[in-house]
Design a protein around this ligand. Structure first.
Ligand code: AMP
Length: 425
């Protein structure tokens, strides 16, 4: 067997300490994850961790069977009992399923939830697009106020700004109520049908499966047709129009620069009213950092209570890539206060007990786990930037005192075992 045979499949990657590809450096991921957790505290978000594996039906029902994620990108497989399962392609459906199956509803009718973890999509891998990627998402259930929509958008902006991304643009649109959305869809379909021959092959296919998606086509031959397509804004009720205007006013009040974008639809069937996406100027082709929208009715569709909902999801890979374009946050160091070198078997036994006791007291210590000559051991301690090196040999064991070397001043002293933590303090 060679390592080549066990190579990771394309689109997957390892997150490593001291990664050469900086965006895969585990300490940067730790930095983002800390930000997620502090955001959760600030905004009173409670975490749901649903499994990575779900029933494939969950996503087909919620996202829509014809959406591209389900149709082409989902990792679907039969388990040994012939259940059709999948690796989750997105987070919302699993969170809502977990919510419905839990007793959280008895806690009231308003819930602020978040999730974080890997998602799987079989797409063509490229920079910023992977077959396993990670998302941080928020789902808020129980409010249909426009103020909730703008709070959610400003929450996502807060997250990006907090980690250090500044060149942000919010694109926002409304899809109206479900009735408005479906009558608009008919109008749109008729419009595109008349121009079918001129559409790109991809859009011709989407005309049959998901005509809304033609609006965000990137194909050159579709651009003029899309530009002249009827706009949802002309097919909204007064109430939906006023709701959308209220949200835009709130974004102004919150100092969030936005671009109204009536071609923004997002891919999934479950959205209604507000949809949004936040883009970063420092990302190339894959410039969408995150997005979301309102999904009233989705919870009841999977058998839960009929609570309105709105959520966002942001890709962590893209957040890190965008961040690195702007600045490099300080990478985590792994401090070592004491590097212990024990010279024999009995000495190692004692050293293990001493370092464990020090760790209980919160000291960052390491025991040398490779037998080395003293000179080499000291150079390793230097590389680790250890503050002290402790040597435990036969003599030290007998006298119950360690030889302690201060690595900065190079001075050496002898400290009794029971005074060690006091000395380090
Ligand atoms: P979506 O559910 O498609 O809107 O995805 C939400 C966010 O996840 C996007 O804005 C991206 O930041 C990220 N994302 C989606 N698909 C991928 C992927 N294949 N690779 C990396 N990030 C992704």
């Amino acid at each position: 067997m060679t390592l080549q045979e066990f190579k990771l499949p394309p689109g997957f990657f390892d997150i490593l300490p001291l990664s050469k590809d900086l965006w895969k450096d585990s300490s940067l991921w730790n930095f983002i994850e800390k930000n997620i957790n502090s955001m959760a505290e600030l905004y009173a978000l409670k975490e749901i961790r649903a499994p990575i594996v779900e029933s494939a039906k969950l996503f087909e029902r919620t996202s829509g069977e014809t959406c591209e994620i389900c149709d082409k990108e989902m990792y679907r497989f039969l388990d040994r009992s012939n259940r059709m399962l999948c690796l989750r392609p997105e987070g919302t459906a699993g969170v809502l399923r977990a919510f419905s199956e839990s007793n959280l509803l008895s806690e009231g009718d308003y819930h602020r939830l978040f999730y974080y973890g890997p998602m799987f999509r079989y797409d063509r891998p490229q920079k910023g697009r992977y077959r396993q990627h990670h998302q941080f998402g928020v789902e808020i259930l129980g409010s249909n106020l426009p103020e909730q929509d703008s709070e959610l958008i400003s929450m996502l902006m807060h997250f990006y700004k907090n980690v250090g991304i500044t060149d942000l643009k919010v694109h926002v649109n409304t899809l109206g109520s479900f009735d408005e959305r479906s009558s608009y869809l008919k109008i749109l379909k008729e419009y595109f049908q008349d121009l079918k021959e001129k559409l790109s092959p991809l859009s011709q296919k989407r005309l049959e499966t998901n005509p809304l998606r033609i609006l965000d086509s990137k194909e050159a031959e579709d651009q003029t047709i899309v530009l002249e397509a009827p706009s949802i804004l002309q097919h909204l009720s007064t109430a939906s129009k006023e709701r959308f205007e209220r949200i835009l006013d709130l974004l102004v009040a919150l100092n969030i620069p936005y671009q109204q974008d009536d071609k923004l639809v997002r891919g999934l069937d479950y959205y209604c009213h507000t949809v949004f996406e936040i883009k970063s100027g420092s990302l190339g082709a894959q410039n969408s950092l995150g997005g979301g929208g309102r999904y009233d009715g989705l919870l009841s569709q999977i058998g839960g209570k009929d609570l309105p909902g709105i959520g966002f999801a942001t890709g962590i890979e893209r957040v890190i890539i965008a961040l690195l374009e702007l600045s490099v946050p300080p990478l985590k160091s792994y401090p070592c206060q004491l590097y212990m070198i024990a010279l024999g078997e009995r000495e190692k036994l004692k050293a293990l007990a001493i370092i464990e006791e020090l760790r209980q007291k919160g000291f960052k210590v390491q025991l040398q786990m490779v037998d080395r000559k003293l000179k080499k051991a000291l150079s390793v301690a230097n590389m680790l930037k250890a503050e002290y090196v402790a040597i435990l040999g036969e003599e030290e064991l007998a006298s119950k005192r360690l030889t302690l070397k201060n690595m900065a001043s190079k001075s050496q002293t002898s400290v009794s075992f029971d005074k060690l933590s006091e000395y380090l303090q």
